[in-house]
Design a protein around this ligand. Sequence first.
Ligand code: ADP
Ligand code: MG
Length: 330
Amino acid sequence: MFVLLLAACGHDDRDYFTLAGSTMGTTYHITVLEIEGSQSNKEALQQAIDQQLLLINQQMSTYQNDSELVGFNQALVGEWVNVSANLFDILVMSMELAWLTGGAFDITVGSLVNLWGFGPNGVDMPAKVPAADQIKALLARSGFQSIELGLKDRSIRKTKPVVLDLSGIAKGYGVDKVAELLAYAGYTDFMVEIGGELRVAGNSPRGTPWRIAIEQPDAGAFGQVNKTVQVSGVAVATSGDYRNYFEQDGKRYSHTIDPRTGYPIDHSLASITVIAESSAYADGLATALNVLGAKQALSLAEQQGLAIFMLVKTEQGFEAQYSEAFKAYL
Ligand code: ADP
Ligand code: MG
């Protein structure tokens, strides 16, 4: 153990500290390099971060009955509701992603997510495949085109009884907010991770860019690494089919729903990693491109200059496929 520690902290390493906690139904981990010549008040910093994350949860969670988002979900069809700047921000980005991906990312999937047992209503019930007519009925009551945003006064309304779900982008949003908080406090080198969504700035304690591992997308190979990338000043998000799913009659049902069919995604793309400037954007985009599947994801990535890395299931194991823009990180 002693030898290991020595090896991990060569004399070139900068002083750093870590913070951890829970938020959004998952955990967060933060590594921060000390500002040269000063000593951080870690307790105060952690308190500020926890407060920020509590606020975001209070605005965006579907698991919290009194959240701002649940308030909107309960509002009447046609009624304009004023929302907080944070909630409005993430709604605008969600709509951008919906248009960009032809509706593969669609925050109105809330009732379908619930029906499939992956939402707040699914917490106490065993997941099972719902009846086809139920899926059809909820599909008819969803669709991002039924959301209208009022830019002048940060308001939102629905033209159908849609149920919004921000779980596909909120963790990334939380990462961005914590990263902003750290930067504002004067830190230049850090890594922020919430439930696998992460963003890095500056250098790691070794004085080099951060090394981020892309997992082997295999439910049985927990924590095994397929590829590592060296990054700085970006966010990294991965969506996969190997973590959150249920099985029925030998078939796997993912928590990612294709909003165009109402069914969980079902294709050979095992995981997709997106590198982008904003963590919210990377998070939402990873979920969206996961819906589109390898072929369409790659063509959209080339067309838009997006940095993506995919692991596709083949007879011979996982095949790596990546966009031109991703080569910079390999
Ligand atoms: P992953 O990392 O696998 O993409 P996320 O937590 O980022 O997982 O997003 C998945 C969650 O997003 C689901 O649990 C669900 O609440 C919501 N969701 C599922 N399908 C979609 C979709 N097509 N568009 C937007 N949100 C979705
Ligand atoms: Mg996501």
